[in-house]
Design a protein around this ligand. Structure first.
Ligand code: NAP
Length: 318
């Protein structure tokens, strides 16, 4: 069954589950064996995942390098998205930079690490307040004309920043954070994207692993989660219990909680793709299974209610 969808106005044909590779950043996620990541990326293609997300900043080039190795010989079967923004140096220095000159240089470096002569999607990783967007857009248009990128977009921009960017170039996609515990972009960014047919690839759809159902709330972490309040104390225990409460519904669909949550995430009419952070072949196999799960309207709102936070005066939203 072909589950590919069109990523909004970019026209790219992609799987709605995307392989996220930030996990190849030892600084944030701890070090893992490279072979395990390579096996996971190759398994992804076997189970129907054709969309891969990386960034030059992930592990200061490590993520792109490993992805380039893993996907060698499969270039025509996969769609690769990467990002630029962090101007980084071998001694560890880095600063934001969306200047035209840097984007041209960064794109060449990404192409080399990814062992390819074109990128399907090139994304500005975040907003750079001191580079005029017309300069950024002109560089991206030049890369497109040269055939080095097929489409370009942004990440971590607000609706107002994206609207402004679109005055200067066809920024066709956005990569925001969004999951069923963190739905703030439903208020303005997602409606704008839907109206403009912007391709929306959401990141951290499993709330950094919390929405997998594998935690009780008693676990401790040595990676980036050690400083995240959602993974500490009573709050962690409460959230873990709410997620565990989704198990009966998942069982009715003969699916995992991961698959249930991802399927629900993809039901928002403005969300095209969920980028899942992956460390192992088992994790991507599990995520890929979400592409077969169909929930009813009532089931969707059952999931939303289970994970509901209270807003403002405490009136429930769903
Ligand atoms: N544009 C941006 O600024 C930005 C920011 C963040 C992320 N991203 C992109 O989005 C991707 C995903 O975001 P994320 O990594 O922050 O969060 P996420 O996808 O919500 O969570 C990733 C974590 O979920 C766990 N996991 C994944 N599949 C699982 C499964 N089947 N069973 C059990 N656990 C599973 C893994 O935890 P364990 O570590 O416990 O194995 C993994 O590290 C990143 O890899 C990156 O490509 C982009």
């Amino acid at each position: 069954m072909d589950t590919r969808i069109t990523l909004g106005r970019s026209g790219l044909s992609v799987s709605p589950i995307c392989y996220g590779s930030w996990q190849l950043s030892p600084r944030f996620w701890g070090a893992g064996p490279e072979e395990e990541f390579i096996a996971a990326m190759r398994r992804a293609v076997e189970v129907g995942i054709t969309f891969f997300d990386t960034a030059d900043a992930y592990g200061d080039g490590l993520s792109e390098t490993v992805m380039g190795k893993a996907l060698q010989g499969m270039r025509d079967r996969v769609v690769i998205a990467t990002k630029a923004y962090h101007h980084f140096f071998p001694d560890g220095r880095r600063y934001p930079d969306l200047s035209g000159a840097y984007l041209i240089e960064a794109c060449e470096a990404s192409l080399r690490r990814l062992r390819t002569d074109y990128l399907d999607l090139y994304q500005c990783h975040a907003f750079d307040p001191i580079t005029p967007l017309e300069e950024t857009a002109a560089a991206l248009e030049r890369l497109k004309e040269q055939g080095k990128i097929r489409a370009y977009g942004v990440s971590n921009f607000s609706a107002a920043q994206l609207r402004l960017a679109r005055q200067y170039g066809d920024f066709a996609t956005i990569q925001p954070d969004y999951d069923l515990l963190n739905t703030h972009i439903e208020a303005d960014l997602l409606p704008y994207c839907r109206a403009e047919n912007i391709g929306v690839l959401v990141y951290s759809p499993l709330h950094r692993g919390l929405l997998t159902g594998k935690y009780t709330g008693a676990e401790t972490f040595s990676d980036l989660r050690k400083n995240n309040p959602d993974f500490q104390g009573e709050r962690f225990t409460d959230l873990a219990a709410r997620v565990a409460g989704l198990r009966p519904l998942a069982e009715r669909h003969s699916c995992s909680i991961v698959q249930l949550v991802l399927a629900a995430t993809l039901m928002h009419t403005a969300v095209h793709v969920a980028i899942v952070g992956i460390k192992t072949a088992e994790q991507i196999e599990d995520a890929a299974g979400a592409m077969r799960v169909m929930l009813s309207r009532e089931e969707y709102y059952t999931v939303r209610r289970a994970l509901q936070q209270t807003y403002g005066m405490g009136f429930p939203f769903v």
